[in-house]
Design a protein around this ligand. Structure first.
Ligand SMILES: [Cu+2]
Length: 194
C-alpha cells in the first residue's frame, strides 16, 4: 500500500466530504494510470468495477426521493391579486414529511388547511404533512392547500409554475422535489372575467 492510499484510509472519515473527495479522486486517477500501464490489469479492472458500482449505489441512494407529487395546479388569481392557491397529490415513497414549500413566483409559500369554525370557513397554517410509503395525501379545494403569498407577477392560465417541495426523511435529512403546476382558470373565474 503506498502513502497516498494510506493517507486516504486514515483521513477520509475525519474530513468534510468536499476535501476527502480530492484524495479519493487522486486514487482513482492513479488506478486508471495503472490500468493503462497494463500492470496487474485484471486486479485493477476489478477494483475499478467495484468503485464504479459503489459510486452508483451511493448516488442512487442520495437521489431516491422519499416522496413524489403529481397533478399539481394553481388556481389562476384574479388580475391584481397577490395571493394564489395551489393543489396537488403527494405520494409517499417512504416515511417522511413535507416540511416547507417555495416558488420563485411568490415571496413565500405556506401549507394551510381549510377548517370550519362556528360555521365560518377559516384557513389554519399546517407545520408539516406526514407521509408514508404508498400513502397519497390530496391537497384539494376545501382541505389542505398551498398558499402562494406575495405574487411577484401575474399567473396566466395555461402556464406552468415551478414549486419546490422540501421533504424530510426520518433521519432528518432533506430532499427537494420540484413540481410544475398548471395554472388553471376555474369556472367561477371564467364567469367573472367574461
Ligand atoms: Cu390558505
Amino acid at each position: 500500500m503506498d502513502l497516498l492510499e494510506e493517507a486516504v484510509k486514515r483521513d477520509w472519515k475525519r474530513l468534510p466530504s468536499c476535501i476527502t473527495r480530492l484524495p479519493r479522486a487522486a486514487v482513482l486517477i492513479k488506478e486508471f494510470a495503472g490500468l493503462w500501464s497494463g500492470k496487474f490489469l485484471w486486479r485493477r479492472a476489478l477494483l475499478l468495477a467495484l468503485v464504479a458500482a459503489g459510486a452508483a449505489a451511493l448516488g442512487g441512494a442520495a437521489l431516491a426521493q422519499p416522496a413524489t407529487a403529481k397533478d399539481a395546479w394553481v388556481r389562476a388569481p384574479a388580475p391584481g391579486q397577490k395571493v394564489a392557491v395551489a393543489y396537488m397529490e403527494l405520494i409517499g415513497q417512504s416515511r417522511s414529511a413535507l416540511v416547507s414549500i417555495a416558488t420563485p413566483v411568490a415571496a413565500r409559500a405556506e401549507l394551510h388547511r381549510t377548517v370550519m369554525e362556528g360555521g365560518v370557513m377559516r384557513m389554519r397554517p399546517v407545520a408539516r404533512i406526514e407521509l408514508e410509503a404508498g400513502k397519497t395525501v390530496k391537497l384539494e379545494p376545501g382541505s389542505l392547500h398551498v398558499m402562494l403569498l406575495g405574487l411577484r407577477r401575474a399567473l396566466k392560465p395555461g402556464e406552468k409554475v415551478p414549486i419546490d417541495l422540501t421533504v424530510e426523511r426520518t433521519d432528518g435529512s432533506r430532499g427537494t422535489i420540484t413540481v410544475h403546476a398548471d395554472v388553471r382558470e376555474t369556472a367561477a373565474a371564467k364567469a367573472r372575467n367574461h
